[in-house]
Design a protein around this ligand. Structure first.
Ligand SMILES: C[S@@+](CC[C@H](N)C(=O)[O-])C[C@H]1O[C@@H](n2cnc3c(N)ncnc32)[C@H](O)[C@@H]1O
Length: 209
């Protein structure tokens, strides 16, 4: 198993927001140059492309922005303006270096983001709604900060879609969401190796009802 696959097993085993902050702060500097490169991590590009194709309105919030890969792709596609939030100040500092976000701010999706209800026109997220990170309860905070009718695209790890309760949670949202659809997505490109190389997930795309 490669080191990048070990990195993945470690993050799926994180237990709390504090664990995430500590772990990602320590990983921020090398995330793009080891994990993203070694695993040929294509998910942020795929999520940004699917979201852009569905016609998001600004301002856009990138949720669990990490080192800013989703924001970078959106801006390259001419979509924006984009803000980013993450629990890890280290990851946000790496994102700031890409110079693609209007505003970056710390926030815990399992608590309350420092954002007024309905402030954002749309929201997008890659790699954050998964085991050891943000569970289905985090979807509520995304719904709160997006205006009625706004587009939301969240990637959800395929292995955890049912096991971690995402499928059941979406089934209970009723008229809080509209136009719900799932699109399958690969996490890693052809250069990936190891146990996680063929991992897939879902892009859950919907509008705030
Ligand atoms: C796998 S990274 C994905 C980052 C980026 N979207 C990408 O695709 O490269 C997961 C991110 O979720 C963030 N995260 C974990 N728990 C969080 C929470 N409770 N609230 C906000 N962000 C969180 C981590 O700090 C990390 O940057």
């Amino acid at each position: 198993m490669s080191d990048a696959n070990d990195d993945l097993d470690a993050v799926y085993a994180l237990k709390s927001p504090e664990d995430n902050r500590r772990h990602y702060d320590g990983w921020a500097e090398s995330y793009d140059s080891d994990f993203v490169r070694d695993m040929d991590y294509v998910l942020p590009d795929r999520v940004a492309e699917a979201f852009a194709a569905a016609g998001p309105e600004g301002p856009i919030l990138d949720v669990g922005a990490g080192t800013g890969l989703v924001g970078a792709r959106l801006v390259a596609l001419g979509v924006g303006p984009v803000d980013g939030t993450d629990i890890s100040p280290g990851m946000l500092a790496a994102a700031a270096e890409k110079d693609v976000y209007d505003r970056l701010f710390e926030g815990d999706l399992l608590g309350r983001l420092p954002v007024e209800d309905g402030f954002y026109g749309s929201a997008v997220s890659a790699g954050t709604f998964t085991n050891g990170h943000v569970g289905p309860e985090g979807v509520d905070e995304v719904l709160r900060v997006v205006r009625k009718g706004g587009l939301i695209a969240l990637s959800i790890n395929g292995e955890h879609w049912e096991k971690a309760g995402f499928k059941a949670r979406f089934a209970t949202l009723g008229d809080q969401i509209a136009e719900f659809r799932l699109q399958e997505v690969r996490y890693y490109g052809d250069k990936a190796t190891g146990a996680h190389a063929a991992d897939t997930g879902w892009i859950a795309m919907f509008r705030r009802g």
